[in-house]
Design a binder for this molecule. Structure first.
Ligand code: XBP
Ligand code: MG
Length: 253
């Protein structure tokens, strides 16, 4: 049997509910600033989230919804410019402290560190967005808690491809069997699964109706003392919140 050594976290939807009131708002601000009449409603954004990566998501939106849009010759550059502006708006939103961590996240990170487990991040979002979230919720020093922050375009194929997890594992020089992943979405779970990682899923409003094949457990959130989680699939015994004992138990299954 392998011994758990490291916890690898997805960011958006897992560490914090960043999509609806963070990324979506930042996209809309960038569009307005560029004089575009593109408006991503809460509902439409739920559909667009099927495509991971902000640049990829904008291209998908153009293909599917804006055949009327007069595309510039240098579309990739145009999209990259919009995305840069979107990242500026997003990091600004976070620096205003508008998005908190999800229940149990800080407690579990603290416990894992105190017990000597290694931490890492594997996400499709832009690196600056990850550091902005960590800084605004846990403080600047928390960036160093993570052995690797694998993020964004560092690998060309985004989730559901496993590449970002492969990259994180390689950087950490660790086998997938010695780790466990935390994800919130179908795409994220598939990515981790293809990298041979056991995965704990905590859903959110945008992912609650998705399928999570092979997840070791699916919860509404990690829970906290006095704030029990609801188990949507899997078996956790009597426990009501995720702690390192339960993480190790789930990893050992
Ligand atoms: C979330 C994503 C990201 C964000 C937007 O991925 O798909 O694209 O929505 O960020 P994860 P960018 O849950 O793996 O973190 O605009 O920087 O791509
Ligand atoms: Mg996610």
């Amino acid at each position: 049997m392998t011994k758990l050594q490291a916890l690898i976290f997805d960011v958006d939807g897992t560490l914090a509910d960043t999509e609806r009131d963070g990324h979506r708002v930042a996209f809309n601000r960038a569009f307005a600033e560029a004089g575009l009449d593109w408006d991503w409603t809460v509902e439409l954004y739920g559909e667009l989230l099927a495509v991971t990566g902000g640049k990829e998501r904008m291209k998908f939106y153009l293909d599917k919804y804006r055949s009327d849009f007069q595309r510039p010759n240098n579309l990739d550059e145009f999209i990259a410019g919009l995305h840069k502006a979107k990242t500026k708006h997003y990091t600004q939103l976070l620096s205003e402290g508008s998005i908190p961590l999800r229940p149990g996240v800080k407690r579990l990170l603290d416990e894992a560190r105190a017990q000597g487990f290694r931490l890492a991040i594997a996400t499709t979002t832009t690196p600056a967005n990850v550091t902005a979230l960590l800084e605004s919720t846990l403080g600047h020093e928390s960036i160093a808690w993570f052995d690797v922050i694998a993020a964004g375009d560092i690998v060309p194929a985004k989730k559901p491809a496993p590449d970002i997890y492969f990259y994180a594992l390689e950087q950490m020089q660790i086998a997938p069997q010695d780790c466990i992943a935390f994800e919130d979405s179908h795409n994220g779970l598939i990515s981790a699964d293809k990298a041979d990682l056991k995965t704990i899923v905590t859903i959110n409003d945008y992912t609650k109706d998705q399928d999570f094949p092979g997840a070791v457990v699916v919860l509404d959130h990690l829970g906290d003392p006095g704030m029990p989680f609801t188990v949507l699939s899997g078996e956790v015994g009597w426990t009501t919140f995720m702690d390192m004992e339960l993480v190790q138990h789930l990893h050992g299954r």
